[in-house]
Design a protein around this ligand. Structure first.
Ligand code: SF4
Length: 258
């Protein structure tokens, strides 16, 4: 059963990558921009995050020093488009204070820490849940952790890979186990860059960015890409109500199709 599940997860990756090509997550020019985006994206759309990031960038504050030195009032004003701006401003301030205290204000130093230890540290920060911690670890720090979001959970449940309400770490373990063999296979030799989006697909891909095109280990690239592909499925097909299974590239994996 587990072997079949693993094969199915690999099947998702291959089918989606061949259909849509690279999704270019995470759209950012620096690791710190990924961190800020991971905080700002909580409970809002990416379009709103982009507006807040643009404000920070124009003010010359999208840096560790910028967030550390800006006043809370000004930070709140700049990130207001992302919603929950008071809470998010406070949390960003806490993150840079944590970085300063524990890693001399250096993300490079922080990301050298072992994955499990750093994940625990991030999870202990106010406002950082597993999805935010893993987004930071994977997309900013190239740590091999798969980011589980609501779409991943929904697809796995609808395809009967997991029971409803399965905990985050169980879903993560399932996808990591399923995807990791691809890192040693020919699929990982990034054919993705040769593929283009299928005509008619309402894209959720981002334009290539410095972070999305950076070199990274094969497994990290696979986790990176899979998360972006799953977002595409969730946004366009696997909606909360009235999923569009007939048009979905994953329809052949539905239990009713087997
Ligand atoms: S839309 Fe249907 S086929 Fe596609 S992932 Fe969701 S449940 Fe599966």
């Amino acid at each position: 059963m587990r072997a079949r599940t693993n094969k199915q997860i690999r099947g998702y990756y291959t089918a989606l990558l061949q259909a849509w090509g690279p999704q270019h997550w995470w759209p950012a020019e620096s690791a710190f921009e990924v961190v800020v985006g991971a905080y700002l994206t909580q409970n809002t759309t990416w379009t709103n995050v982009e507006r807040a990031l643009a404000n920070l960038r124009s003010a010359g504050l999208l840096t560790i020093k910028g967030i550390r030195t800006v006043s809370v009032d000004e930070l709140e004003r700049l990130i207001r488009p992302a919603g929950y701006f008071r809470q998010k401003a406070k949390r960003l301030k806490l993150f840079v204070a944590f970085l300063e205290t524990n890693y001399s204000g250096s993300l490079s130093r922080m990301f050298v820490a072992p994955t499990e230890r750093l994940r625990e540290e991030l999870l202990n920060l106010n406002g950082v849940g597993p999805e935010t911690a893993d987004s930071i670890l994977l997309y900013a720090g190239n740590h091999p952790v798969f980011v589980v979001d609501a779409y991943t959970q929904r697809i796995a449940t609808r395809h009967e890979l997991l029971r409803e309400g399965a905990p985050y770490e169980e879903i993560q373990g399932l996808f990591q186990e399923g995807l990791s063999p691809i890192a040693n296979s020919s699929v990982s030799r990034d054919r993705s860059n040769e593929l283009t989006l299928a005509e008619g697909f309402p894209s959720t891909a981002h334009p290539p960015s410095r972070m999305s095109t950076a070199k990274r280990p094969a497994l990290v690239q696979i986790y990176n890409e899979m998360h972006g592909l799953i977002v595409g499925v969730g946004k366009h097909y696997c909606r909360k109500s009235q999923p569009k299974c007939d048009e979905c590239p994953l329809r052949n994996f539905l239990p009713s199709h087997k």
